[in-house]
Design a protein around this ligand. Sequence first.
Ligand code: FPP
Ligand code: MG
Ligand code: MG
Length: 381
Amino acid sequence: DPKSPIGPDPFQTVAKEMKFLTKNISQLLGSRHPTLDTVAKYYTQSEGKYVRPMLVLLMSRATAIAPKSGRSLIPESVNKSFASPSILVDENPSTPGYSPTTSLSNEPVYSSEDSDILPSQRRLAEITELIHTASLIHDDVIDHSESRRGAPSANIAFGNKMAVLAGDFMLGRASVALARLRDPEVTELLATVIANLVEGEFMQLKNTAQDEKHPMWTEDTVTYYLQKTYLKSASLISKSCRAAALLGQSTPEVVEAAYSYGKNLGLAFQLVDDMLDYTISGVELGKPAGADLELGLATAPLLFAWKDNKALGALVGRKFSQAGDVQKARELVAQSSGLEQTRALAQEYVDKAIQAISAFPESDAKQGLIEMCEKVLKRRN
Ligand code: FPP
Ligand code: MG
Ligand code: MG
């Protein structure tokens, strides 16, 4: 409400777009194989936070009024229609009990109102959520997690095999939707994200560069952690913000600013995530709390505590695997300034994110991007 004393709600500006998001995602995940259909759509039933699509939509709107380049890779027709009926996407042999999927030849449904968000940018928002959800399904298998978004995780509900396959299916469908955008640079960005997610996960499997038995704390310890954090979390957020600006034909400066916003916000987002693992109950998180130490993972709060208490090195080296290690590490983190330092670093990144878009023209969407930063710092799940 523009007349309200606190001004218009920045999220109002994309709220109506979000309604179409879940419906279109569900359509993208349709399979005539009934079990695959159920497993693939499982995480779309429970409400996620939709942070990534929200950011894509806000960035699209905020850059719609920013300077434009002459970039014209995208054929006009792409924003008019995603699905050319002449393209046979998904032709299957007539296996008994399995008939070809037709869902991708259906047009996505978007707000009919005039909007400065392009259909290709809305589709990008859906793709980011698909890639994110696929990575969560796989992550829950890897982490032996039992809950997600307040419900049993897919690996618990359907078993590891179907969970892994459903994640792969989602990536396949995300790739088809991406190809349909007919923008090679955007395709390359999002394909790189998928590779980065795996690279980040591999860096995490090996907690330190050499995975030593007796690791020493050095400045590289934090650098390694931040690189891993970029790959597993900030890559998707930053590259999708970049892609949103590219689809909107923004100038190289605006594209860089969008990327820098996403990168810094993404790093802050994961730092807060790693902090909440120590500070919030599993009930409030909707997923297991205190899981990182149990998984042998030393995240920012512990790394900062370790800097001041070198005794933690032995526990890091054996991945908190001996009886009492997890409890001991938790106590040492609690006694240290590790959590405060983590929050302070997240605050620094948030400040950089806001700084990155300072030259954007004032708008509700820009305000929304700034508010998103504040939300990331304040969130409790
Ligand atoms: C959540 O981290 C997980 C990620 C951000 C990325 C996971 C990536 C993979 C499993 C690689 C496979 C990738 C694809 C694209 C299928 P977390 O375990 O710290 O967070 P959580 O507390 O939400 O479980
Ligand atoms: Mg996990
Ligand atoms: Mg994990």
